[in-house]
Structure formats: structure tokens, C-alpha cells
Unconditional design. Structure first.
Length: 146
């Protein structure tokens, strides 16, 4: 499960032109414009409750391993849900229920589940405060591979 961050670069923006030149230092064997920078912002493994939430919230219930745009308000909502459960784990079944399935891991509200939530909160706290995210220069996309 991946949250990917993408930053599109405009050749007309002087600040982004500097980034393009840095990336062009990598020899790809041809000339071309650097249009975007992509990096893995988060990675989960067998966090089936979080996957279920993304499928329901942004994938219209379709679990097809495709890539879906996730706005920062939605990521803030996920962070808030995780925080609520970390304060009161009895809310887990109501706010972020698990999902069973092949390769999905366990369905217990246990240490693994809570650690996935802690990781999610810690990473989203950092990502959502980045100036480039606040300026909407970085966009996020969720995808999974089962």
C-alpha cells in the first residue's frame, strides 16, 4: 500500500527550472523535459483497515489496485480518525474497521493495528505541514498491490 507524492514541474517557473536541471544530471540517454518528480511518501504493509478506508473513501468501493488522487483534507481526516482510535481503541470497529482477505493480514485490533495507526499519524503530521503541500505544489495518490 502506497501513498505517492508527485510534484509537477513547469519549465516556465525559474525555481522549478533549477529542479529540472538537477534531475537532468541523471543520464537517461536522451534529451527531454522533466515533467514531474515522484516519491514514495508512505508505505504500509497489511494495514487492511487503512486500505479498506481508502477503498471506501476515494475508490468508490472498487478495490482494483489502481492509483487514486487523495486531497489533503482527506488525508487530514484519516489522521484524525487514527488519532481518535489511538486515544480510545474501543472506537476502532466503528471508525476504522479491519478487512479480511488473502494477503490482508490479521483482523484483530491489536498492537500491529495500533502501530500502523501511529505510523500513519506520524507521517501525515510531517507531510501535511510541508510548505510545498500547503501551497498545493505536491499532490498525493494512493495505490495498492495485492
Amino acid at each position: 500500500m502506497y501513498l505517492t507524492a508527485k510534484r509537477y514541474l513547469s519549465k516556465y517557473n525559474p525555481e522549478e527550472a533549477k529542479l529540472q536541471e538537477l534531475v537532468k544530471a541523471i543520464d537517461f540517454g536522451f534529451d527531454g523535459e522533466v515533467e514531474q518528480i515522484i516519491f514514495e511518501a508512505m508505505y504500509w504493509r497489511k494495514a487492511n483497515a487503512i486500505h479498506r478506508w481508502f477503498v471506501s473513501k476515494i475508490q468508490d468501493g472498487v478495490d482494483n489496485c489502481a492509483e487514486y488522487y487523495v486531497d489533503t483534507d482527506t488525508l487530514s481526516e484519516l489522521r484524525n480518525i487514527c488519532n481518535q482510535i489511538l486515544v480510545d481503541p474501543d472506537k476502532a470497529d466503528q471508525l476504522l474497521p479491519t478487512r479480511s482477505g488473502f494477503f490482508f493480514g490479521g483482523t484483530d485490533i491489536d498492537e500491529w493495528y495500533l502501530n500502523q495507526l501511529k505510523y500513519t499519524v506520524e507521517r501525515l503530521d510531517v507531510l501535511l505541514e510541508l510548505p510545498q503541500v500547503k501551497d498545493h505544489n505536491i499532490k498525493f495518490y494512493y495505490s495498492s498491490s495485492w
